[in-house]
Ligand binder design. Structure first.
Ligand code: HEM
Length: 158
């Protein structure tokens, strides 16, 4: 399984370039419009709608904080607030009715000196959470494809 996870993290940037094609499609609404990639049909439902996404994010933030590569970044973080923000964001991005009201990704990650390695680590932790919930691999990649374009705003150390 580990080789699969690593392979997917590496293809994340390849998925991001697929945005060029997707940008000609119907854009996702509102705050997600900074990354106008249309979600795959049924993606929100495949993640168990609002409750499923929230519970996935509750698991994800705990794993994030425990991860030896990036856990230090979240020492002072209110995990409940972060899980709520992430839930709104993923819910909206995947085609759900939620609206993410937090700061844009550039603002949220300014001055954090985030590297590509850290970004890939976060993706791998998210994959661990999605695996733990039995979310099909194809659906995982569809969600990751929506997050991938954010690397431009999150990674500040190149
Ligand atoms: C696609 C990748 C990512 C997404 C979608 C994402 C999303 C978010 C969101 C929604 C917030 C909360 C903003 C708010 O409501 O104030 C946040 C905060 C944060 N992110 Fe990210 N992020 C990503 C990557 C990363 C990476 C790679 C790191 C570093 C390892 C990171 C570190 C942080 C930190 C430290 C915070 C502040 C947490 C706090 O409130 O203390 N993020 N991120």
């Amino acid at each position: 399984m580990k080789h699969l996870i690593t392979a997917t993290a590496l293809t994340l940037f390849a998925l991001a370039s697929g945005a060029t094609l997707a940008q000609s499609m119907k854009p996702a609404p509102s705050a997600a419009s900074a990354y106008p990639v249309a979600p795959a049909a049924g993606l929100y439902q495949a993640f168990g709608e609002e409750a499923g996404i929230r519970s996935l994010m509750d698991d994800f933030v705990v794993r994030l904080k425990a991860d030896p590569r990036i856990g230090d970044q979240f020492t002072d973080t209110n995990l409940n607030n972060l899980a709520k923000s992430l839930s709104d964001q993923l819910c909206q991005l995947s085609g759900g009715p939620c609206v993410y009201k937090g700061p844009d990704m550039k603002t949220a990650h300014a001055d954090r000196d985030t590297t590509r390695a850290q970004f890939n680590a976060l993706v791998e932790v998210l994959q661990q959470s999605m695996d733990a919930r039995g979310i099909p691999f194809t659906r995982q990649n569809q969600m990751l494809a929506l997050l991938a374009p954010m690397h431009r705003d999150v990674i500040t150390v190149r």
